[in-house]
Every structure is written in structure tokens, then in C-alpha cells.
Design a protein around this ligand. Structure first.
Ligand code: PPY
Length: 499
């Protein structure tokens, strides 16, 4: 066994420049000089920690093995003698104090009654930067709001007297058992909002038979997530396709070897949408990277997301589908279909499913909701004799907060729906327990809504159970005349004078 070199704080501190840059992460010392220009988040952020301990900045946004897999072993210099490193007494900012107070004052979990409540608590307890990244959507954020309102334009047509003493909302998704007709959809950078990140989702999902889609850009490494599995749980993988196809191939085949049951290729993000809340944080310096493979130049001042998106391949096209088919036997699902035309092309390309999605409103603003697209997609597929087809499943995501939302999508033909932010906010607010509570709330809502709708099983959900005739009516609100509203004197109720 080779001797492990022990380094001191002052020794490391000497290497604090672009010419020689050492950093400490998790008690180990690394020479990252040659890696500076390869860092997906840019060199500036690393140089900020040159000669110092970078663990705190590194931790939330990198999987633990990011350094070890990207840096050759000869650059792993040794361990740090902790007693020689001057302790930095970090000033607790006002924001951090407020955050800690909000965390201590969180309502008991029992008081959380719905997904919206999780969002309120998450907003209060996570760092501003995390909130900006998670909650942001593109441009004027019209699509993110439309995702909610679209569900409200669909009304139920409930059936009665159907003996609903027992109702069953379990189903299968891509042939895998699922206790709910929904899956945990991919969201990135979970450790920005909770120290355990996506593992909160994994552990809760295992306890409740819910399927988790692992994000390419999760804070926890793919293997850490899969290693935490229990109860034979099922995972899907969300894939951002790398410009370097060898990296993608390795990643996909590794996932398949580890038992992942579906490959969801994101097809709506050749370039990342402008999420202005995130961009305003201008936090590129303090945050970058995740499970990103080697990247290109990074745009500065573009927010967390844009800083680490440069590896995504904008040249991805229909021509690539056979290549994906050749590298994996997993079902392939295209995530981010937004029209009937592309749904037909997807079917003809031989994939096993599509997700009608606008990426949580984070990509093309004023793209329609997945729910609205669902109606035209099923009609177009049916017209060509492609659907229903048990080998082709249609999913919807975006804005799902209630079991009633899910039931509407299922009635209109979806096999299941994806839920991203609601579970993300649940773990930001209460960790694993929050996710378990969220699942429980969905369950309660399914039970009640299915009874009231007259659906005993998922198969009972048919298009006749909803009135979707207003779904594509995009009613445009007339903007209020705010100045007039503010100065207008409303009528007063005055006493009538007698006689
Ligand atoms: C998103 O933020 O919408 C994502 O899909 C994740 C992500 C994060 C950073 C770069 C690219 C995509």
C-alpha cells in the first residue's frame, strides 16, 4: 500500500493561483490546475477557492464522485491535516438567519394538507438561490401558470351508483408496477434545497411503491441513488444527450446494467430557456456543475442552470433514434413532445412512449400545456390506427398538484403523469418524510376522487368522464388599468335623508 501524503493548510495555501491551483474537498487535497478550463462551471469559481477548502461550495451541486472521476489519480495529492487549516468563521447572513428561523418554525407535517402547502414551506426554508432556480420558468412564465389553469378548464362528468366501496388506483407504467398512476419526474440539483438531495425521493419512493425518474443533473450521483434502493423499487432515467456520444452511451448502458427500466430522453432543451429569476441571482460564481460530463465554455452571469448546460447536444435529431435503439434494450420514451405531428413521428420512429411536456414551463414560453396537447395527440394517433396500442404509452407532466389533475389526464388517454416540483418542494420542506406525506395525500385524494367520479379502477377512467371542450380556449384576460383602479372612488353607501 502506498503511503498517503498528509498535507498542511499553509502548504495548500501556497497554491492559490491559475498557475498552481490546489483545493481541499472532503478532507482531501487535489491539484486542479490542468482541470480549470475543463470545469463545466468555468474556472472562476474554482479559483475563488484556490489554496482553500472548497467543500461547502462543492457539496450541494456535485455528486460526491465528480472530482474523483474527472481528475486523474496523480492529481489526488493526499489528505489534509485538519488541525493545520485555519477555521474560517463564517458570518451568518441575515438571509441565512431568516432561513434557519423559518426552518425551526415549520408547521408540523400533519398540518400540510396539499401540494401547495409544501411549496409555501419550501419557499420559506430554502436558500434564495435554490428557490430562484427551482421555481423559475422561462420568459414571462406564462406556460408555467397555464399548466395549472389548463387542468381547471377540464370539468368532470361523474357517474353515480356504481358501488365504489373499494377503489384501486394502482397501475403499471412501461410494464412496471406502480402504486399510483404517477411517477416522480426528474428535477435537477436537489442538494441546493436539502442536504440529502434526491435520496429523500428514493427512500420515500421505495417505501410506497412509487417509481422515481433519476435526473442526469441530480446532485446525488446516479450510483448513490441506485445503491439506496430498497423493496425492489423501479427507476427510470432522464437523459440529457451529451455532445460526446461515447459519454452518453456509457451512461445509458451503465444505467441499464444497474436495472433502470426506462430511458426518458429529453427532447425539448436543445438550448436552455431563459429563466430570469435564476439569471438575476447571478450565482454562477458560487455554483456550477452537477453530474455533468466535461463541458465547453460557460456563459457567465446566466444563472445556475445555464452555467452547466453547455454539454447538452443541440444537434440531436430524429436520425439519432436508431442509434439509441442500438445501444439499449430499455424502453425509449421521448420527453418533451408538444404537438400531434411529433407524436406521430415518435410512434413511427418506434419508441415506446412519449411525455407531453413543456418542461415545467422552463423552455419555450407560451408553449401549450401537456394536457391540452394530449387531446390532439390521441386524436391524431387514433386517426392513423396507431392508438390505443399497449406498446406505446403516453405520459403528461406539468403543473400536477392534485389527484384530480391526474384523473383528468388519465381519462383523456394518459397512462400516467409525471410529478416534479411538488415532490421536490416536499423534500426541500421536510426531507424524506415530506415526500412520504405527499404520496399519502395523493393516495387520499385518489380514493375520494375516484369514488366521487364513479371509477373503481384506472380502467374505468374514460374520456366521457370529462368535459374538455374548453381546453383549447385560450382566454386572454384584458389587462387591468391599474392607475385608474387605484384612484377610482367607489360608490359609498350613504344614508337617505328622510322627507
Ligand atoms: C432544468 O433546469 O430545467 C433542467 O432540466 C435541468 C438543467 C439544469 C442545468 C442545466 C440544464 C438543465
Amino acid at each position: 500500500m502506498s503511503d498517503i501524503r498528509v498535507l498542511t493548510g499553509p502548504e495548500v495555501a501556497e497554491h492559490n493561483s491559475r498557475e498552481s491551483c490546489w483545493i481541499i474537498v472532503h478532507g482531501k487535497v487535489y491539484d486542479v490546475t490542468d482541470f480549470l478550463d475543463e470545469h463545466p462551471g468555468g474556472s472562476r469559481i474554482i479559483l475563488k477557492y484556490a489554496g482553500k477548502d472548497a467543500t461547502e461550495a462543492y457539496e450541494p451541486i456535485h455528486p460526491p464522485d465528480a472530482i474523483t472521476t474527472n481528475l486523474p489519480v496523480e492529481k489526488h495529492l493526499g489528505v489534509i491535516d485538519a488541525s493545520t487549516v485555519a477555521k474560517v468563521v463564517k458570518e451568518v447572513t441575515e438571509e441565512e438567519k431568516a432561513r434557519q428561523a423559518a426552518w425551526a418554525a415549520r408547521p408540523p407535517l400533519d398540518n400540510v394538507l396539499n401540494m401547495h402547502d409544501f411549496e409555501v414551506v419550501a419557499k420559506a426554508v430554502i436558500p434564495e438561490k435554490a428557490w430562484a432556480y427551482y421555481s423559475s420558468a422561462s420568459d414571462d412564465e406564462i406556460t408555467i401558470r397555464e399548466n395549472r389553469t389548463a387542468f381547471q378548464r377540464v370539468w368532470f362528468r361523474p357517474r353515480i351508483l356504481r358501488d365504489v366501496s373499494t377503489v384501486d388506483w394502482s397501475t403499471t407504467i412501461l410494464g412496471q408496477k406502480s402504486s399510483l398512476p404517477l411517477y416522480i419526474s426528474a428535477t435537477a440539483l436537489g442538494k441546493l434545497g436539502h442536504p440529502e438531495g434526491e435520496l429523500c425521493l428514493t427512500r420515500a419512493a421505495a417505501n410506497h411503491g412509487v417509481i422515481q425518474m433519476i435526473a442526469t443533473l441530480a446532485s446525488c450521483s446516479f450510483d448513490d441513488i441506485v445503491d439506496a434502493q430498497a423493496n425492489d423499487q423501479t427507476f427510470f432515467l432522464q437523459l440529457y444527450v451529451n455532445r460526446d456520444r461515447e459519454i452518453t452511451k456509457k451512461y445509458v448502458q451503465h444505467a441499464e446494467a444497474r436495472g433502470v427500466k426506462g430511458l426518458f430522453i429529453t427532447v425539448d432543451a436543445p438550448q436552455l430557456g431563459r429563466r430570469e429569476k435564476d439569471m438575476r441571482m447571478k450565482q454562477v460564481d458560487d455554483s456550477a456543475g452537477a453530474e455533468v460530463q466535461k463541458g465547453q465554455d460557460v456563459k457567465k452571469d446566466q444563472g445556475v442552470a445555464r452555467a452547466i448546460s453547455s454539454f447538452i447536444d443541440p444537434s440531436l435529431s430524429w436520425k439519432d433514434i436508431p442509434w439509441f435503439r442500438s445501444i439499449t434494450k430499455m424502453p425509449i420514451i421521448l420527453k418533451g413532445i408538444a404537438t400531434a405531428e411529433d407524436a406521430v413521428l415518435a410512434y413511427e420512429a418506434g419508441v415506446q412512449g412519449i411525455v407531453l411536456s413543456n418542461h415545467g414551463g422552463r423552455q419555450l414560453d407560451t408553449a401549450r400545456s401537456g394536457l391540452e396537447v394530449l387531446v390532439e395527440v390521441t386524436a391524431a394517433l387514433k386517426a392513423r390506427g396507431y392508438w390505443p396500442d399497449p406498446k406505446f404509452e403516453i405520459f403528461v407532466d406539468g403543473g400536477v398538484r392534485r389527484a384530480s389533475d391526474v384523473l383528468k389526464a388519465l381519462a383523456l388517454g394518459a397512462k400516467a403523469v409525471g410529478v416534479g416540483r411538488a415532490f421536490l418542494y416536499a423534500f426541500c420542506a421536510y426531507g424524506q418524510e415530506g415526500v412520504e406525506r405527499a404520496i399519502q395525500i395523493f393516495r387520499d385524494e385518489f380514493e375520494m376522487n375516484m369514488r366521487l367520479l364513479g371509477a373503481r379502477t384506472i380502467d374505468d377512467l374514460v374520456p366521457e368522464m370529462v368535459d374538455a371542450s374548453a381546453l383549447n380556449q385560450h382566454i386572454v384576460m384584458v389587462p387591468q388599468d391599474n392607475l385608474f383602479q387605484a384612484t377610482y372612488q367607489p360608490l359609498q353607501i350613504t344614508k337617505l335623508k328622510a322627507g
